[in-house]
Design a binder for this molecule. Sequence first.
Ligand code: PRP
Length: 187
Amino acid sequence: METIDELKLILSPEKIKERVEELGVRITEDYKGKDLVVIGILKGAFIFMADLLRHIDLPLEVDFVRLRSYGSSSESSGQISITKDVELSLKDKHVLVVEDIIDTGYTLKYLKEMLRLHETASVRLCCLIDKQERRRVEVEADYVGFEIEKGFLVGYGLDYDEQYRQLSGIYHMSPRYEARGFMPSDR
Ligand code: PRP
């Protein structure tokens, strides 16, 4: 018998959509008249970033970085490696970093320090989920979608062992069920 995971919906697609729109409107107001570059952190941020950008009604540039800390386990080692760097020039630009989740904080702390070398006009952080349970280093996001106390989360870009990123909602995951071919439907 194949082991599969129990997923419990905690943020519905509708709730996420509504919040992402609110964040987009706020960001639009805050960055009016500024040279904005939005940087997404791969892979987790790709869905959030795509939805958020469509609610930012401003000229902007888009870039991505890829930072890895987890491998295929659910524990952060605190060792961050950069596997894809920024490609645009960030000099004198206002940079908004888009992240799916802040967990230990190691990823964003590392990226903030790295961006200091680029002589940006400013750097702000936008995360969909701020999860405090395992915070190891102090990082504060300027725009937060949801504060979630604890649990292992998947969906809407977030993975477990590279699975579940494509789900439209966000779920608490606990490995439990033994069954075959189960996949939650939230569409
Ligand atoms: C996850 C997540 C964040 C980071 C947050 O990425 O997408 O980038 O961990 O964790 P932290 O606050 O403890 O550093 P991961 O390294 O799993 O890669 P992924 O985005 O490709 O899933």
